[in-house]
Ligand binder design. Structure first.
Ligand code: GDP
Length: 452
């Protein structure tokens, strides 16, 4: 194990009110004593007590600061940890970090603080990964999922699966070892369905789409022909003038985007240039981008002006988005429905539950639209795994379990099935870090930022 004392800026680089420099390792306290001059008659260098003073190096005051010592094992890394709160200017931080390194610390590697917390047994691997997820979460739901994982939610779910599997494996081993006492067919009759159930439980926790939405938010693109009211709708949802609203067709030249949070889920909205053939180059580029955005989004909101009879432009967009997850918004309801619109609609295969009438101008129907978007984002379950690495391993385990169950049902020898069961157990162990390799740890922690 690495015994060096490490240091890094724990807050984001750049200007800020405060910056926190973190030091961890055996020499953390000595380094602080070398650089920190306490002010007044306060009691200093007590465990977990904030102290006020100055950082002084080579006779020069570098900054006024607050500092705290958290002695092992009651600290983030379970080593002695020092945190110094300084002013958040780049020059200040740079000079203090240099002084800390000169006093005996080495620069921390990305994720090294959290890696030490893992290696010292304070957290398991899935919790270490949750720290990273929590830092990068963009919506409350994503943050909630990361926090649940950090508090051991993933660990508990996976540990339960491990225990259930071990119990079933014991049954298999018993049937192999004591063939004269345990009827194989009877054992198989009990164990095979339990293995299938466990496999299903693991597979259900691997909802890739749900996890993606949770992590990254729902990508929604607003499409429709020029003047249908796309920019107005985007503005109304964003509640600010992000896109320019005009009544000259084709004036939204590029994609315009913003994001909102509905009930904890982040929803990214992109307004596209109207899809229309145009000789003008700027608009043509916009049209190309719009097509790409339309295809790749999670959901398409097609805006139709219900005060007009739809034409070939509307139909071209309809055919482009056909067969995907769409919502059709009939806009400008305040102007009333054009008879031609109603007649046209009858001939279209637009599902009733995917269409809604609204008036962007009057603001009616916007709440229903927000609710619809929220529902579309889905509701990831309590046990949902959110990291690709966990999902891959859980699915690997689920597949191996299914294979074992099938083999058993087909009457294959039990010791053959045991191979698959061992594989499943090993995969689950890699989620929690029960059996890990240096390579796995390097891979996990390399995605962290320095200072974490
Ligand atoms: P886009 O080209 O699809 O982005 O359309 P805009 O958002 O620029 O809107 C085109 C015109 O329709 C503007 O004059 C808007 O004020 C108007 N408009 C948008 N929504 C409504 C609505 O719900 N009712 C009415 N009456 N006019 C609207």
């Amino acid at each position: 194990m690495n015994t060096s004392t490490i240091a890094a800026l724990a807050t984001p680089p750049g200007r800020g009110g405060l910056a926190v420099i973190r030091i961890s390792g055996r020499e953390a306290e000595d380094i602080l004593r070398r650089l920190f001059v306490p002010a007044g008659r306060q009691e200093v260098f007590l465990d977990r007590m904030l102290m006020y003073g100055h950082i002084v190096a080579e006779g020069r005051v570098l900054d006024e600061c607050m500092a705290v010592i958290m002695r092992a094992p009651r600290s983030y890394t379970r080593e002695d940890v020092v945190e110094i709160q300084v002013h958040g200017g780049e020059m200040v931080v740079d000079s203090i970090l240099k002084a800390v390194l000169a006093a005996g610390a080495v620069p921390a590697q990305p994720g090294e603080f959290t890696r030490r917390a893992f290696e010292n047994g304070r957290i398991d691997l899935s919790q270490a990964e949750a720290v990273m997820q929590l830092i990068s979460a963009t919506g409350q739901q994503a943050a909630g999922a990361a926090l649940r994982q950090l508090q051991g939610g993933t660990l508990r779910f996976v540990k339960e699966a491990q225990q259930d599997l071990i119990a079933l494996m014991a049954g298999v081993t018993a049937a192999i070892d004591y063939p004269e006492e345990i009827e194989e067919a009877e054992a198989v009759g009990e164990i095979a369905p339990a293995l299938t159930a466990l496999s299903d439980r693991l597979a259900a926790a691997c909802d890739r789409q749900g996890a993606k939405v949770l992590e990254e938010g729902l990508q929604v693109v607003i499409c429709g022909k020029p003047n249908a009211g796309k920019s107005s709708l985007l503005n109304a949802l964003l509640m600010e003038d992000r896109a320019i609203v005009t009544d000259i067709p084709g004036t939204t030249r590029d994609t315009v985007a913003g994001s909102i949070i509905i009930d904890g889920i982040r929803v990214h909205l992109t307004d596209t240039a109207g899809i229309r053939d145009s000789g003008e180059t700027v608009e043509r580029i916009g049209v190309q981008r719009a097509r790409e955005a339309i295809i790749s989004a999670d959901v398409r909101l097609m805006v139709l002006d219900m005060g007009q009879e739809p034409d070939h432009e509307d139909e071209a967009i309809l055919s482009l988005i056909k067969g995907r997850d769409n919502l059709y918004v009939f806009n400008k309801s305040d102007l009333g429905e054009h008879p031609g619109f109603a007649a046209w609609l009858k001939g279209q295969a637009i599902p009733v539950d995917a269409a809604m009438t609204l008036s962007t101008l009057a603001g009616t129907g916007l709440d229903a639209l927000r609710q619809w978007l929220r529902q579309t984002a889905g509701n990831p379950g309590e046990n949902a795994l959110t990291l690709a690495r966990h999902m891959n391993l859980a699915r690997q385990a689920a597949d191996a379990l299914k294979k074992a169950a099938r083999a058993m049902a087909e009457g294959l020898p039990l010791d053959l099935c045991a191979v698959d069961l061992n594989e499943a157990l090993a995969a689950l162990g890699q989620i929690t870090g029960d059996n890990f390799s240096e390579a796995l740890l390097d891979e996990v922690f390399s995605t962290f930022c320095v200072g974490k």
